[in-house]
Design a protein around this ligand. Structure first.
Ligand code: CP
Length: 366
């Protein structure tokens, strides 16, 4: 690894620092430089950035089979991981994925250790924020080749959260590819992992058979929780399963917990959980707070917690959850510790999904 190398930038642009091997100017990277091909994945913010979900899943599975097969691919590149919120799986799996590709990784806990960032344009910064993203992001674009960012919604103002201001401002001002490690409304690395986990389970149950291509039934079920949680995971899972088009997709929740149609259109919405669970092959369990009357807890009926008794309604369904999970509030011990639970396999797969995404993004930068 050529630490401290100052590369000659294309187009006579100002050279970048350290491993940042290309100019931080996005126009240069993607459009005007003759010697750099347009990337397959320019960024990873939502399913809309992906042209072929199954190809990306295949790539993730290949990394699972052979984690170090591209161990030098990213050896001249540096990934910056910015966390504005806590994380265990996303933080560690992304670092491991990058290291498996030979990348240098720096994690910066902006939320705890950095200056409080301002995101509003034309803000008069007389309050708590110390530095504008307009000033900070271009500097990160000099330090890193790829920027990965974890933010959360406020759950106070729906329009603000759903405008995705934080990640959009970083994308606008950093000038390098941005990967979402979860944003205000979506969690794409989790969703890619979830489809990978469903795919490998389908293949395990039907090895080498055409049955693996049989349409499966996936149910996303709301679960109780003690705190109002974001809709990110449920939105993102819905968006990806709808785009994947390989499953009958049912979403079940109590009345008043409707998600945004932007993500759920294409799914059947059923407010009777028992009816929804009938014949399910996979049950994805997740709590979310209300979308319409934004960020509230209405019903918190413990009857919505998945039990082994409820699993009897399904086709011996496998059970998924992104974790962390509140045991015996969201999901029972008997389900989580039972043979139908995929949660540990699912969390393990976060590495391979992240590795596939980073590999696709870093390749055009080489
Ligand atoms: N599923 C998930 O994103 O886990 P972390 O919050 O621990 O990263």
């Amino acid at each position: 690894m050529k630490v401290g190398r100052i590369p000659v930038a294309a187009n006579n642009a100002e050279p970048t620092i350290g491993l940042a091997g290309t100019s931080s100017n996005t126009e240069c990277q993607y459009k005007t430089c003759n010697n750099i091909k347009p990337p397959i994945l320019k960024q990873f913010i939502s399913v809309h950035d992906v042209t072929d979900i199954n190809a990306l899943v295949k790539k993730a599975m290949a990394y699972k089979a052979s984690p170090l097969k591209d161990r030098s691919l990213g050896s001249t590149k540096r990934l910056g991981c910015l966390f504005l919120n806590p994380s265990m799986r996303t933080r560690l799996s992304t670092q491991i994925a990058a290291q498996n590709l030979g990348m240098d990784v720096i994690v910066f806990n902006v939320g705890n250790e950095g200056w409080a960032l301002e995101f509003e344009e034309e803000a008069i910064m007389s309050g708590k924020t110390v530095e504008h993203v307009k000033d900070a992001a271009p500097i990160l674009g000099k330090y890193f080749d790829i920027l990965a960012i974890r933010t959360f919604p406020s759950l106070k103002n729906r329009d603000d959260d759903y405008s995705e201001l934080f990640i959009k401002q970083f994308t606008k001002y950093a000038g390098i590819p941005v990967v979402s490690l979860e944003s205000a409304t979506l969690h794409p690395l989790q969703s890619l992992t979830d489809i990978m986990t469903i795919t490998e389970e389908r293949m395990r149950l039907n090895p080498g058979s055409k049955a693996e291509k049989k349409k499966i039934k996936i149910v996303l079920t709301w679960a109780p929780h003690v705190k109002p949680l974001p809709q990110c995971v449920a939105n993102s899972f819905s968006q990806w399963i709808n785009a994947w088009k390989e499953a009958e997709f049912v979403i079940t929740h109590p009345e008043d917990y409707e998600l945004s149609k932007e993500f759920t259109d294409g799914a059947s919405i059923i407010t009777d959980q028992d009816e929804a669970l009938e014949g399910a092959d996979f049950v994805y369990v997740k709590n979310w707070s209300t979308y319409t009357d934004y960020g509230k807890i209405y019903c918190n009926d413990p009857e919505w917690m998945l039990t082994n008794e409820k699993l009897k309604l399904t086709n011996n369904a496998k059970v998924m959850h992104c974790l962390p999970v509140r045991r015996n509030i969201e999901l029972t011990d008997e389900v989580l510790d039972g043979p139908n639970s995929l949660v540990t396999q699912e969390a393990g797969n976060r590495v391979w999904a992240a590795q596939a995404v980073l590999s696709e993004i870093v390749t055009p930068l080489l």
